[in-house]
Design a protein around this ligand. Structure first.
Ligand code: RNT
Ligand code: ZN
Length: 414
């Protein structure tokens, strides 16, 4: 018997509608971050190194060196990933030709090649201003700097990036998530915690003053960065409070931005009660915010279960955020994105109503049993079927394409 039919029967015996699960999975877009392709370097060519307390470690050969190579690599990755996709851009990926353009002078047209790329590949686009890897980041400070010239520079960048996002939204006839993350913080115990946060609030008010259509604004908090271990201006409480007091601005959860034993799966339901959208950065922190490639681990499955069982596939905007330079970068995209989708499928194949009922009727033993049995259900056969229907390689067959691409294209770069 066909292994899909057999697997489907097992799930249907539990009351799970497998066809409905596959339809829902096909309709959920994952926003794939362009910065995995070149270790968060971008195209500015100002010789700046990655700053802001984040780090891409490793030196796997063949990284993309220019827009053409990054797009070529991205296209390869996209061809091996099933389902709906969005591409997530950062301002430093502006295509300015040979011109060196200041971040507060970026023009929407610098993103036209990306718009063409997205249309050709049938993806959406998301956007991020870049507040790091730049000489105007003074002492790791941007929007909260005590120097008004520094703040003004970055406010200008924030304003222009929202306009770029609005331009992309209009050209794509789709909304664009515009996520703001700043590195601002201190290595050692600050003498003043309030001042920087007050200045950040004032800067944000200026950035968000303009009403724009098509842009979904969000703010990303953090607990610490490398070299910024003692204090982060844009903390979880700061941005949550800002978002709650500014309708239309959302709080993004990056699962690498909390204490090591703190998980975001438990936070999702609370956000869903108070916000109509919840953007995520899905990553894998290993001991710190290391941004390892997303694996199909327990927390990823729990995040997916929270999204699915709370009927929040439309509300939770899933974006990925990792940058591993120690492995084939295209494979990193494919593995991480497919894992996010596997986790969603795993969640979609759970008899949710049955399990909620078990909880409400205090049948905890039965719930524990079912949860454990589901772990060894024939999930792989359903996954392979979906990949086949989506016209991408099944199982590990996609890796042959990576090997060929590495040999034909990546090995020629140095
Ligand atoms: C940094 C944040 C942020 C960046 C990207 C490149 O800790 O997670 O989202 O990773 O903007
Ligand atoms: Zn992030």
């Amino acid at each position: 018997m066909d292994s899909f039919i057999e697997a489907k029967q097992r799930y249907e015996d539990l009351g799970v509608d497998v066809e409905k699960a596959l339809t829902l999975l096909s309709s959920k877009a994952i926003s794939i971050h362009c910065w995995q392709g070149d270790d968060v370097k971008g195209f500015e060519n100002r010789g700046a190194v990655l700053s802001g307390g984040i780090q891409a470690t490793g030196n796997y050969p063949g990284k993309a060196r220019n827009p053409e190579e990054l797009m070529e690599d991205f296209e390869k990755a996209i061809s091996l990933i099933p389902g709906k996709k969005r591409i997530n851009l950062h301002a430093i990926y502006a295509i300015t030709g040979k011109k060196m353009v200041e971040r507060n002078r970026l023009e929407p047209a610098f993103f036209d090649p990306w718009i063409d790329f997205a249309k050709k590949n049938h993806t959406g686009i998301d956007f991020n201003p870049t507040f790091f890897s730049h000489p105007m980041v003074k002492n790791n400070l941007t929007l909260s700097s005590p120097e008004s010239s520094v703040r003004d520079y970055w406010i200008g960048h924030g304003i222009i990036c929202r306009r770029i996002a609005a331009y992309i939204a209009q050209k794509m006839n789709d909304s664009v998530l515009n996520n703001l993350w700043i590195p601002d913080g201190y290595k050692d115990i600050p003498a003043d915690r309030l001042g920087p946060r007050q200045r950040l609030k004032d800067s944000l008010d200026k950035i968000y003053a303009e009403k724009l259509s098509g842009v979904i604004d969000c703010l990303e908090s953090k607990v610490f960065g490398i070299g910024l271990e003692s204090y982060t201006v844009g903390s979880a409480e700061f941005y949550l409070s800002y978002a709650l007091s500014h309708p239309g601005i959302y709080n993004l959860l990056d699962n690498g931005h909390y204490h090591p034993t703190e998980v975001i799966s438990d936070k999702i339901s609370s956000f869903l009660i108070f916000f109509d959208k919840l953007p995520l950065h899905v990553t894998r922190p290993v001991r710190w915010d290391s941004d390892h490639v997303v694996l199909l681990d327990d927390e990823l499955k729990e995040i997916a279960r929270e999204i699915v069982r709370n009927d929040a596939l439309d509300k939770v905007l899933i974006g990925l955020d990792y940058f591993d330079a120690s492995v084939n970068r295209i494979a990193a995209w494919v593995i991480g994105t497919r894992n996010m989708q596997k986790a969603l499928l795993f969640a979609l194949l759970q008899p949710i109503e049955k399990m909620k009922k078990q909880q409400d009727e205090y049948r905890f033993t039965e719930l524990m049993m079912l949860n454990e049995e589901l772990k060894t259900f024939p999930f792989g056969a359903i996954w392979d079927e979906w990949c086949g229907r989506e016209n991408v390689p099944q199982g590990r067959n996609w890796f042959k394409e990576i090997e060929r691409y590495e040999q034909d294209i990546l090995s020629r770069r140095n």
